[in-house]
Ligand binder design. Structure first.
Ligand SMILES: [Zn+2]
Ligand SMILES: [Zn+2]
Length: 347
């Protein structure tokens, strides 16, 4: 075991505070990563505040991790000391079920092992990336291409793959009209990736306050959903709608914007159940779908795609002492577009 510096949530109601945690010894198939940057995902905040269920406190969150390989186990073949690597939302899965065998470990039928707050296959509780080091099985460690700046790479491990996977699955590309609902951490990556895939991209945001940003990120059009005329103008327009909003939305209103065989896929997670009229789905043979992160193979494909197209997240780098303040700003949507912790400030 090795003791490393971290920032942890002591409880649902206290601020995060510096502490130390234990990392397991580097096993034969393990990689020890010296973490450089860790992104702050909205899920981190929901989790530490107990909003998504019981939490094993004290808890270190963070599942947008990039760093350098510091040590490898004797049987590791995919990574070497000094490599630029990343870890996303999961660090293990059963590897035997149909979904794991299909390379869709995020949908492991026995439950994938989350990067934090999960019970790992060895019985220990996983602790995330707000920490100077992490030990991860090599199969769940990604290569981060040189072309992507470290800090801009971190959010790709959650926000990037969460949007890339549905865009790839539903065929965003030339000739396709894609709408992105919400321009936050997920939404800004969806716009960049959909544009790079060659789709015609429209942002649907509550107001026009981020319109200049949206167009700069690659959107062709930008509409305010607060304006009822938007839903008339855009009726029957889109092949794919990627909804990144975690709040309640009027599904029927958005579904009515889909053209023949169009799909609305949800990647934001409102806690409430949302009603939908089946008649809205009858029209244009529409589909309502969901998508959760991506498998390891696809996550690597996403990183390579981003390198090839010069994509990275727009980030604001902060020191470890500014995380609590950053949480408050995330809750106010006051970040463009992702906070990333400069992890060596923890040392
Ligand atoms: Zn996340
Ligand atoms: Zn499985």
């Amino acid at each position: 075991m090795r003791t490393v510096n971290a920032i942890a949530a002591p409880s649902a109601t206290e601020p995060l505070a510096p502490t130390t945690i234990e990392r397991r010894d580097v096993g034969p198939k393990d990689v020890l990563i010296e973490i450089r940057y860790a992104g702050i995902c909205h899920s981190d905040i929901h989790t530490v505040r107990g909003e998504w269920g019981p939490v094993p406190y004290p808890l270190v969150v963070g599942h947008e991790i990039v760093g350098v390989v510091a040590e490898v186990g004797a049987e590791v073949t995919r990574h070497a000391v000094g490599d630029r690597v990343g870890v996303g939302c999961m660090v293990n899965s059963c590897r035997e079920c149909d979904n794991c065998r299909a390379g869709e470990e995020q949908y492991c039928l026995n439950g994938n092992t989350g990067t934090y707050a999960a019970t790992d296959r060895d019985g220990t509780v996983t602790q995330g990336g707000y920490s100077t080091h992490v030990v991860v099985d090599e199969d769940f460690v990604l290569r981060v291409p040189e072309a992507i700046p470290y800090e801009g790479a971190a959010p790709l491990l959650c926000a990037g793959i969460t949007t890339y996977s549905p865009l790839a699955h539903w065929g965003a590309g030339p000739g396709k009209k894609v709408a992105v609902v919400g321009l936050g951490g997920l939404g800004h990556m969806a716009v960049k990736i959909a544009h790079a895939m060659g789709a015609e991209v429209t942002v649907l945001s509550q107001t026009l306050s981020k319109k200049d940003d949206g167009l700069r990120l690659g959107a062709d059009h930008y509409y305010a959903t607060g304006d009822p005329a938007t839903f008339e103008v855009l009726e029957n327009r889109f092949d794919l709608i990627v909804n990144t909003v975690s709040a309640v939305v009027d599904l029927d209103a958005y579904l009515s914007l889909l053209t023949l065989d169009g799909t609305m896929v949800n990647v934001g997670a409102p806690p409430e159940a949302l009603p939908v009229h089946v008649f809205t789905l009858f029209g244009n043979r529409r589909s309502l779908a969901g998508s959760s992160i991506g498998g390891i193979r696809e996550t690597q494909e996403m990183l390579d795609f981003c390198a090839e197209h010069g994509l990275a997240a727009d980030v604001e780098v902060i020191g470890a002492d500014a995380v609590n303040e950053a949480y408050e700003r995330v809750l106010r949507s006051d970040v463009r577009y992702r906070f990333v912790i400069d992890v060596p400030t923890l040392a």
